[in-house]
Design a binder for this molecule. Structure first.
Ligand code: ACO
Length: 423
């Protein structure tokens, strides 16, 4: 076995076991041979939040949390944000390589062809209460799409999987925009397939009586950059949900509805909404020190700070900070950015945050830009879900082709009652 192994001694029995290492890791199943008796179940690993458990091998996204590195298929996020469009990035995530001109124009045309949703989907969305949260509308509508595409259940057919991925990437902005229009009591706007992905989304959001809506190109570009930054982030909570639900061979609409549900939580994609609420609550720069003190006492969390993987500056937060200025040049400065920058300054020089290596994450500045563009906080997580669709689907596709894939089914450490009788 050479040096590529780990020797474990069971102090209960004095026996030693040599476990092979693959890419520097052991297989948890290899622990099961470690037993005290023949009937013993064997040793498991206990890892409730997957702090140190790899659930798959993946070739999509690389993160080095200590160095603040994020790469999709090997390309640094900063380069993708500077040189590529969101659809190029989605193609990269799905197919593994950046498209040439022809492949990109075919992919763009294919996505454009699928942007419309069935008229009954529109009626379905009209049924939501006037004050429904846009994320609830989005999640339910993604699930409802499953009922329009029964062929989506053919998850073993690669052509069907590809078509469903295109459908989801194409339709998610339409659903998101309809949720926005519903909240605002405005009629739905049909997609305009002559426009780019983000310009069409903006058309469906903001078109009023004008014959053709032309998005401000600076804002459309900024939104495109934000979409690139949010497209994937390896095995985060929602992507893992996509993989877990997908492992049961549920169709991709239902798996993605589950992934979007996971994204909605305030500890995950819902944090951007909470950041704006927090800044509103703080109100002005002089209230920041008192707020920080309450965080340090454990009474609050500083939303938009901290990350399970990044223990350094989130590289996405850096690009977002730079994008903010181009947006403000068009929309006017959102004064909340001054509060946010001051929070960051104070937190990054405070021992509590330094010791715990808490830095701004992707959600810290994104909401401020979205608000300047005209979105209310309820929409922020929806804006996250649109681009994350390509990441979820890339992982779902990778899993579908992986010979190691089995239905996800964790073990438990049972600590409840032993057998007892009903009297
Ligand atoms: N504010 C104050 N303290 C914090 C914060 C925060 N935002 N985040 C972590 N801490 C503290 C914890 O209280 C803990 O302190 P302790 O060691 O004294 O108990 C320590 O830092 C380590 O934190 P954990 O909770 O163990 O870190 P974990 O990896 O489990 O959580 C998470 C990561 C959920 C992102 C957390 O940092 C958090 O809740 N942040 C705020 C919510 C947020 O911004 N989420 C978006 C993440 S990015 C995304 O999902 C797109």
């Amino acid at each position: 076995m050479g040096n590529e192994s780990l020797t474990i001694t069971d102090n209960r029995t004095g026996k030693s076991y040599e476990l092979p290492l693959k890419h520097g890791n052991i297989r948890a199943m290899d622990l099961r041979q470690i037993k005290t008796t023949e009937k013993d179940f064997g040793v498991m690993s206990y890892d409730p939040a997957f702090l140190n458990t790899a659930a798959c091998e993946s070739r999509i996204t690389f993160i080095d949390g200590d160095l603040g590195i994020l790469r999709y298929r090997g390309y640094p996020i900063e380069q993708l944000a500077a040189k590529c469009s969101y659809l190029e990035t989605a193609y990269l995530l799905l197919y593994g390589e950046l498209p040439d001109e022809k492949k990109l124009s075919d992919f763009t045309a294919r996505v454009a062809r699928h942007t419309f949703i069935h008229e009954n989907m529109k009626k379905f969305m009209e049924g939501f209460r006037y004050d429904a949260h846009p994320m609830s509308m989005l999640v339910s509508s993604i699930a409802a799409l499953s009922s329009f595409y029964p062929d989506a259940r053919e998850v073993h057919n690669p052509e069907v999987r590809e078509l469903m991925a295109i459908r989801l990437i194409a339709k998610i902005p339409t659903i998101a925009a309809y949720a926005f229009r519903h909240t605002n009591g405005l009629p739905f706007v049909y997609p305009d397939n002559e426009l780019s992905y983000t310009a069409n989304f903006m058309n469906m959001l903001w078109k009023m009586a004008e014959p053709k809506f032309l998005a401000n190109p600076v804002l459309a570009h900024a939104l495109d950059i934000l979409f690139i930054l949010h497209a994937d982030h390896e095995q985060n909570c929602s992507t893992s949900t996509m993989r877990v639900v997908g492992s049961s061979q549920a169709d991709p609409f239902l798996s993605m509805a589950a992934a979007a549900s996971a994204l909605s939580g305030p500890l995950h994609g819902g944090a951007n909404e909470e950041v704006l609420r927090m800044i509103d609550e703080i109100g002005s720069i002089e209230h920041i020190p008192a707020f920080i003190e309450s965080v340090k006492k454990g009474e609050r969390k500083l939303m938009g700070f901290g990350h399970r993987v990044y223990k350094n500056y989130d590289p996405r937060a850096q690009v977002i900070k730079e994008t903010a200025d181009s947006v403000f040049a068009v929309t006017g400065r959102n004064p909340k950015v001054d509060i946010a920058r001051e929070i960051e300054k104070i937190a990054l020089s405070d021992e509590y945050f330094v010791k715990r290596r808490l830095y701004p994450n992707v959600d810290f500045y994104s909401g401020i830009i979205y608000e300047a563009m005209g979105f209310r906080p309820e929409m922020f997580t929806v804006l996250f879900a649109i681009p994350r669709t390509s990441g979820w689907l890339a992982h779902w596709e990778e899993q579908s082709k992986d010979a190691d894939t089995k239905i996800s089914r964790p073990r438990q450490v049972y600590l409840g009652s032993g057998e007892r009788n009903v009297k």
